[in-house]
Design a protein around this ligand. Structure first.
Ligand code: 26Q
Length: 741
């Protein structure tokens, strides 16, 4: 892009009498019109994902173009503060970790020059807007395009038709440019046609009814077929030989949601290009790879035969053939019956999307070392026995451009002074050493970021926090295994100890929660209400000047950028073995927060790199949990711990009210009785005493501010490994075999 031409255009803009939206659109349109997306002849990687949690694109793209500072100055001179664009909606076409990871990968690939294109769905409404009303979550539609979508380019002429048995829809691509050393694109398909609207209306429509399930299947096939159709057509028009597809293409399936792409690929090869089934399967095996992001049983997709057959008979047919083909292969290598069942593509009248992916993929990867070990040993143990070379670990990473440069320009400037050209080579962060100057400057910057965070919370929610207090954050989707409930209990334990005078020297602390509960996940919604009840009680206690609790409403990428830069302590307390990786933990590490967490997901690698002495690890390990299952009895555990019992009883003793919804009692029952899971399935009570001890230790250590800053510096200096630049380089070399161009 011709930067001068662009900056002159911005200088010449007349802002008098025009709205924020118009300024935003004018600047964005100008930038997009000066960029051009050219596909060259080379091997490409394609990332297919049902989610992309992009966030605010304006600041990020101007930064990527290297004009953010100049535009800030030009606007300032015109009396416009660049922060006014914060009111432009985030593009939240994702839920959480998996979608944000996809966005980080695209950013890193473009920045590092790798030809990686993202494919997804252009939902009309992104992840719902969360409003907290009387402490409860209510969901409102997220109309993210209401101010326009100037960064996307509609490619009407590249539309294609997607066929379902009952109707056809048109898939119209929109390219969101991904700017870096090279320009790539995130191509999002919108469904057009009489019956098409529902297909891309919402991200994860409820699938508790048959209609809901059919809609999910339609979404998955829509994305898969639009992507595969395009890749094959593009390949044929260039090389005119379908069998060389895998020489120029490789496809990464982001979890199982796009697994129908495999069946669609085989369908096209066999029925349109007249390739034999065997060769089509071989071609698929060379083209697809699969990443697993979760081992939670409820997240492993299985689709009823009759649902798929009803709207996609050809796809059902391909999957059945693939099932028979794989069974024959396993019979040949004398697999045992139970192994064959566990690997089966079709079992109990259902298709296992994960088993389909594992069978076809050349590479199957987990997203942190422990998670890869767990999928090898448990979820996919038979496949790992017969195809060990498929399984790889690629530990996640996050883009340091958004999660350090953009959200913490003050810390970035300090790193420029002490770590050289770390922005281009993140491993240079190692040069950020512990020195008197770095300690002094880091403390100043953290204090500033906390003040900025306090201002932001005040502006966004009208809540005042003490910016000199210790800021702990527990920010992520609401889920029982992530144990926000345990943090809530821990806060109560500490609060009651302060009240009763047992704890006298507690350093003032602010606990920030942020996260959305799936609309139908009642227990998670109850936990939100419980946290808000606790916040109400503690924040309104005039005698309390030690603890404050904030529930960050509508936590999203933009809110995350502020909280992450302004936090001292990163709470990462999932039940060991359940969090595949976590990526918030990495963002917080980069910004100099210490981790208080369990030996789970990427926490393990974080403390390996940054040192256990610089973080706070506690709680049951995976091995401990394995031993506890079957013997652990939360009720007798509570009997032995009267303090815990007192705190847990607040769920049922009238201390707090859930407005008669029965949520709190239900949560209490989930901890003490076997309902559909074992009592306290996530070992909240078991780990709680150690958690409280850990929080108190953090609190005590914080008082020695220089020592605490040293821990933070060690975390930052060792965070380079967790940049997605490293992750993407590993995918490029070990899985995609693509070059940086
Ligand atoms: C499955 C079936 C039916 C309906 C929905 C789903 C479904 C939807 C979303 C299953 C899984 C997801 C999302 C999973 C996810 O975000 N996983 C997170 O991925 C991150 C990136 O790898 C990890 O860091 C997190 O640990 C992991 O929880």
């Amino acid at each position: 892009m011709d930067k001068n031409k662009f900056l002159n255009y911005v200088k010449d803009l007349d802002f008098s009498g025009i709205s924020v939206t118009e300024i935003y659109n004018k600047i964005s349109n100008a930038a997009v019109s000066m960029l051009n997306l050219k596909r060259r002849e080379c091997r490409y990687a394609t990332y297919i994902s049902i989610e992309y949690l992009v966030g605010n694109v304006f600041y990020n793209n101007l930064m990527a173009l290297g004009v953010l500072e100049q535009v800030t100055e030009i606007l300032e001179k015109k009396g416009v503060n660049i922060n006014i664009f914060e009111e432009i909606e985030d593009a939240a076409l994702g839920n959480g970790g998996l979608g944000r990871l996809a966005a980080c990968f695209l950013d890193s690939a473009a920045a590092k020059g790798y030809p990686l294109y993202g494919y997804g769905i252009r939902y009309k409404y992104g992840l719902f807007k969360q409003v907290i009303e009387k402490g409860c979550q209510t969901e409102y539609p997220d109309d993210w395009q209401k101010y326009g979508d100037p960064w996307s380019i509609k490619k009407e002429e590249e539309s294609r038709t997607i066929h379902f048995k009952d109707y056809d829809v048109k898939a119209v691509p929109y390219d969101m440019l991904i700017i870096g050393k090279r320009i790539n694109a995130l191509r999002l398909f919108e469904a057009e046609g009489e019956k098409a609207k529902e297909i891309c209306e919402y991200l994860y429509p409820p699938d508790d009814t048959e209609q809901g399930k059919l809609l999910r299947i339609r979404q998955e096939y829509f994305l898969s077929a639009a992507t595969i159709g395009e890749l094959i057509d593009r390949h044929i028009s260039k090389y005119n030989n379908i069998l060389s597809f895998s020489k120029y293409n490789c496809i990464q399936l982001n979890d199982t949601h796009p697994v129908m792409a495999i069946a669609e690929f085989i369908r096209i090869l066999t029925s349109i290009y007249n390739i034999g089934f065997d060769d089509a399967v071989k071609a698929a095996k060379k083209s697809f790879n699969y990443t697993n992001h979760t081992i939670m049983p409820e997240a492993l997709e299985c689709w009823d035969y009759k649902l798929i057959e009803q709207i996609l008979p050809d796809i059902a047919n391909v999957l059945i053939k693939l099932h028979n083909y794989s069974q024959a292969e396993w019979n040949n290598i004398s697999c045992q019956k139970d192994e064959m069942n566990s690997m089966a593509i079709f079992y109990d009248n259902k298709f296992s999307m994960a088993n389909t992916a594992v069978y076809i993929a050349s590479s199957v990867n987990g997203v942190a070392e422990i998670h890869t070990e767990i999928i090898k040993k448990q979820l996919f143990s038979a496949a790992n026995k017969y195809y060990p070379s498929k399984f790889k670990n690629v530990t996640n990473g996050v883009t340091h451009r958004r999660w350090l440069q953009l959200c913490n320009k003050e810390l970035s400037a300090l790193l420029d002074d002490s770590a050289g050209k770390w922005r281009d080579n993140i491993h240079l962060l190692k040069n950020f050493i512990v020195s008197d100057n770095n300690i002094k400057e880091f403390k100043k910057i953290k204090a500033l970021k906390k003040r900025q965070l306090a201002d932001y919370i005040l502006k966004r929610q009208g809540i005042k926090i003490d910016s000199e207090s210790i800021v702990y954050c527990h920010i992520k989707r609401l889920h029982e295994y992530k144990r926000q409930l345990m943090t809530a209990f821990a806060i109560l334990c500490i609060y009651y100890d302060i009240k009763t005078g047992k704890l006298t020297d507690f350093y003032p602390s602010t606990f920030i929660f942020g996260g959305k509960a799936a609309a139908g996940y009642f227990r998670a919604k109850g936990i939100i209400k419980y946290i808000n009840e606790i916040a109400d009680m503690i924040n309104n206690d005039a005698a309390n000047d030690k603890i404050k609790v904030v529930f960050a409403e509508n936590y999203n990428v933009s809110y995350a950028e502020k909280i992450i830069a302004g936090s001292d302590v990163s709470l990462q307390v999932s039940t060991a073995g359940m969090e595949a990786s976590g990526t918030g933990n990495m963002k917080l590490m980069m910004n100099g927060a210490v981790t208080a967490g369990t030996m789970d997901g990427a926490n393990i690698e974080i403390v390996q790199k940054a040192g256990k002495q610089n973080n706070y690890i506690f709680g049951a390990t995976v091995e401990d949990i394995e031993k506890l299952v079957g013997t652990y009895c939360p009720v007798s555990f509570l009997e032995k711990n009267p303090k815990l019992k007192y705190v847990v009883n607040t769920l049922i003793d009238g201390t707090f009210s859930d407005k008669g919804k029965g949520w709190f009692e239900e949560i209490y029952n989930s901890l003490t009785k076997t309902i559909w899971h074992r009592a306290d399935n996530y070992f909240v009570l078991y780990d709680l005493p150690a958690y409280v001890e850990t929080l108190l230790k953090v609190n005590e250590d914080y008082k020695q501010k220089d020592k605490f800053a040293i821990k933070a510096i060690n975390n930052i200096a060792n965070s380079g490994y967790f940049s997605s630049d490293r992750t993407i380089a590993e995918y490029a070399k070990d899985i995609w075999k693509i070059d940086s161009v």
